[in-house]
Structure formats: C-alpha cells, structure tokens
Design a protein around this ligand. Structure first.
Ligand code: UDP
Ligand code: MG
Length: 133
C-alpha cells in the first residue's frame, strides 16, 4: 500500500464540496487515514509550494492556498500517488478527462479544487509537512 497527500483547496471547501470529494476518494478505493480542516498562513503555503518558487504563478498560488480553509488528507491505496493523480485529472480543468475531480469541480487552472502529491519522495515530504507532530 502507498500513501499520498491530498488537499481539498479553498475553492472547493468554500462551495461545501469536501464531503462529495471525499466520497469520490472512497468510491475509488482510497482509505482516508488522517484528515483535518485547517487554514494556513501564506508563509506556510510558500514552504509547501517551494518547488514552484521560480514560477510566475507562485505568489498568487500561495496567496490562494492560504486564502481560506482547506482539508488535508493522507490517502492510502495500491499505487495511491498515480491513482490520485488520475482521479484528480489534468491541472487545467478544461483539459481534464470526464469523471475526474477537476473536470467535475475545478473552476480554472488556479482554482482547480484539489492537490495531490506527484512522487513517492514528495508524498513523504508533504505528509510530514502537515501531519508530523
Ligand atoms: N497553477 C497555476 N497556474 C499555472 C500552473 C499551475 O495557478 O499555470 C497552480 C495550480 O493550482 C496547480 C498548482 O499551481 O494545481 C501546482 O502546479 P502543478 O504544476 O504542480 O500542478 P498539479 O500538480 O497541482 O496538477
Ligand atoms: Mg504538482
């Protein structure tokens, strides 16, 4: 079994979609091992998204992730990282496949409703970031 970090982003929490999105994870065979609803400081978002610090969208991205409550979760399943990336769909909701979370709920490339780790290494770092006590 593999674990990945999932975030339900402010645009989805604000529209009360967290329950429906969690159901999608469960219906697709993921177990939610741990979860919490939190709001983070912009400085924490900057740390979380450090890999993107040279990108033109970095500042807006960090402002956005810290703009309202989010739900962070540890998801578990065989090949959870790839399975979650597939279930989320493409970064830009207009390019996401039918049936994916971003196709269903995403508003735009920046308000795309969910985050998911992209590698075993980053999953570990991201899970520790939110859940290491
Ligand atoms: N993002 C954005 N503009 C872009 C590319 C990305 O606002 O042109 C945001 C988007 O919310 C995305 C996040 O930055 O989810 C992280 O980008 P990444 O390329 O890692 O996409 P993801 O892994 O989330 O699909
Ligand atoms: Mg990414």
């Amino acid at each position: 079994m593999e674990q990945t970090l999932s975030i339900i982003k402010p645009d989805a929490v604000e529209r009360n979609l967290d329950k429906e999105i969690k159901e999608m994870f469960k219906n697709n065979g993921f177990s939610i091992l741990n979860e919490k609803k939190i709001q983070i400081e912009k400085s924490e978002a900057e740390k979380f998204y450090k890999v993107h610090e040279t990108k033109p969208f970095y500042n807006d991205l960090c402002a956005y992730l810290s703009s309202g409550p989010i739900v962070v979760m540890i998801l578990e399943k065989d090949n959870a990282i790839l399975a979650n990336r597939e279930l989320m769909g493409a970064t830009n909701p207009v390019e996401a496949q039918e049936g994916t979370i971003r196709k269903k709920y995403g508003i735009s490339i920046d308000k795309n409703s969910v985050h998911g780790s992209d590698s075993v290494e980053n999953a570990k770092i991201e899970i520790d970031f939110f859940f290491k006590d």
